[in-house]
Ligand binder design. Structure first.
Ligand code: PBG
Length: 351
């Protein structure tokens, strides 16, 4: 039976009114959706706890769980509290966490020198977490924005973020974090040439096995707003990051950025933000076949959390649907502030 016959039959039958329509169709896609067992059988993509990376915000002190106004449900943890929360995450099966410090404003300066302090918040956290929860992967971000008084990821000379001078600091930051036990170094700064420079410096210090997850295609995005509140860079940031982060209008450029980072030794690449850039995730994953991650950033979290809090959407279902979308687009994993909640739902088989 071909489609035109079906249409003819429908048109003929409909003269008797809508209740008497008799379609004869060879292809009825709905058959495969008729029951949960059938839907499970034909399902193409699955969200697993293995896909989740949990970004964790850190703050100095003891026993702290500070709320972040623009990210309801997300907390800043002191190292002891973070370690306990990460134990729970590991027990749920979450493979890795990504650490982000809210540095004491008194320790921020124009050079971001605190980034190189072996006793800084992230380094202390790496050591504590690796000691208490050795089997979870610890990802440390490389960029200067949690440490600079001007809130930029790099060094400022006049109005310019100077590339090569910044890279010279980033390679030291990377080694500092590797020494503290970071398993993965994740450069989020978008300076040119930093992946190769960091790889060489890590190797020169005997850290050949420390992986690099590159924020390869990172866009200058309004969706980072709540993150900047979380790390305390919202008030410090002067200007914007458009001279180093990518123009949201570009797609081919993302492929060039990813190609450069892979050539320079990135083990994993990331696209960021996530949901508004699924097309980029798809192109990167298909073009290179390298482990490709998406970062569902703070603003994406905030939108889902805010709509859910208002009762406008079912928060859990919207969250899981958004995470599954990354898998469908070709990502092997997702950095998401929902990681713990998603892992609990997956464990309980709720969805
Ligand atoms: C900074 C960095 C940012 C994020 C991760 N690393 C913000 C920025 O570039 O301004 C954003 C994460 C998020 O919004 O959740 N190096």
């Amino acid at each position: 039976m071909v489609a035109s016959d079906a249409r003819a039959s429908a048109a003929f039958s409909s003269r008797d009114g809508p209740h008497n329509v008799r379609l004869t169709l060879a292809q009825r896609p709905r058959r495969n959706r008729k029951a949960e067992w059938a839907r499970r059988l034909v399902r193409e993509h699955t969200l697993l706890v293995d896909d989740l990376i949990w970004p964790v915000f850190l703050v100095d002190g003891v026993g702290k769980h500070e709320p972040i106004a623009s990210m309801p449900g997300v907390l800043r943890y002191s190292i002891d509290a973070a370690t306990a929360a990460i134990k729970h995450a590991a027990a749920l099966g979450i493979p890795a966490v990504a650490l982000f410090p809210n540095t004491d404003p008194a320790l921020r300066d124009a050079q971001g020198s605190e980034a190189l302090n072996p006793q800084n918040l992230v380094c202390r956290a790496c050591r504590a977490i690796k000691a208490a929860v050795p089997d979870i992967g610890v990802i440390a971000d490389v960029a200067l924005d949690p440490y600079t008084s001007h809130g930029h990821d790099g060094l400022l000379e006049g109005d310019e973020i100077v590339n090569d001078e910044t890279v010279a600091t980033l390679i030291e930051q990377a080694v500092n974090q590797a020494r503290a036990g970071a398993d993965v170094i994740a450069p989020s700064d978008m300076m040119d040439g930093r992946i190769g420079a960091i790889r060489a410096e890590l190797d020169a210090h005997g850290f050949e096995n420390v992986q690099i997850m590159s924020y390869a295609a990172k866009y200058a995005s309004a969706f980072y707003g709540p993150f900047r509140e979380a790390i305390g860079a919202d008030k410090t940031l002067r200007g914007d990051k458009r001279t180093y982060q990518m123009d949201p209008a570009n797609s081919n450029e993302a492929l060039r950025e990813v190609a450069l980072d892979l050539e320079q030794g990135a083990d994993m690449v990331m696209v960021k933000p996530g949901m508004p850039y699924l097309d980029i995730v798809r192109r990167v994953a298909e073009t290179f076949g390298a482990p490709t991650f998406a970062y569902q950033v703070s603003g994406e979290y905030a939108m889902i959390a805010a709509a859910a809090a208002n009762g406008w959407i079912d928060g859990d279902r919207a969250m899981l649907e958004s995470l599954l979308a990354f898998k469908r687009a070709g990502a092997v994993g997702v950095l998401t502030y929902f990681a713990v909640r998603a892992a609990e739902l997956l464990r309980d088989g709720k969805y």
